[in-house]
Every structure is written in C-alpha cells, then in structure tokens.
Unconditional design. Structure first.
Length: 128
C-alpha cells in the first residue's frame, strides 16, 4: 500500500522537469521537515500539516486527504519560483494524486539569505 507521502515523492522524483531543477537524484534535495545545513540549491522541504483518511458509514476508507506544505528554497526568487512551478506541474499532472493548490507565497529569509516559495497543497490519494 503506497502512502500519500510516498506517492508524492515518487511523482516528484519521476518528473523530468523536477529533475531539471533538483538534479538527477532529487531525493537528496527534496527532504522532509527542515532544510539541511549547507543544502545544494534549489532544494525542497515538505511536511504533512493536516488531514486524515476519509471516513464513511462503513468506517475508515483507504482514500486519504492530506494537506502538505512544500517549501522550495533557492538563492534567487526566480530560481525558487521556477523549481516550485515544476513541482506543482508534476503533482497536477499525476493520475494517482488529486491535488488542489490552496495557497502560495514567496518570502526572503535574511538569516539564511534564501528565497522561498511556500505552497499548501491538498492531496487526495487512494492508499490501497
């Protein structure tokens, strides 16, 4: 049974456009939680921030709806936006993930001197 988060990573890693921005082995640059120290840029962090399996009168279903925050980090705003767009396009094109972009914003963090594009995305995935 593929979990929603596993499917999300599979979709991102199998996208040629994502690989253009995050390299041939995006798993080293797409990581859960916090951005590693001294990351290769652009990089992406992700986390599930809300959601639960769907329930019906028959009990829990295998349909999962999770809300994910994806943060794309880069040295320029343009690079962050382009990498974020590639990730979003890959997710939107997936036949196995239903997605809805709920919010997006850009930010500059003076502490790290990195630009960030943050996206909140609702993902629907049949986990069986």
């Amino acid at each position: 049974m593929a979990k929603t988060e596993e499917k999300l990573i599979t979709v991102l890693e199998s996208s040629a456009a994502v690989n253009t921005h995050f390299g041939a082995t995006p798993a080293t640059r797409i990581t859960p939680g916090l951005l590693p120290q001294n990351p290769t840029l652009p990089a992406m962090t992700y986390r599930r921030i809300a959601g639960a399996p769907v329930s019906s009168m028959d009990g829990l279903d295998t349909l999962d709806n999770g809300l994910y925050q994806l943060d794309v980090w880069a040295s320029t705003q343009k690079a962050a936006r382009e990498a974020a767009d590639a990730a979003r396009d890959a997710i939107d094109a997936s036949a196995d993930l239903g997605s809805a972009l709920l919010s997006v914003f850009t930010d500059y963090e003076s502490d790290t001197r990195l630009h960030r594009v943050s996206m909140d995305i609702s993902l629907w995935h049949q986990e069986s």
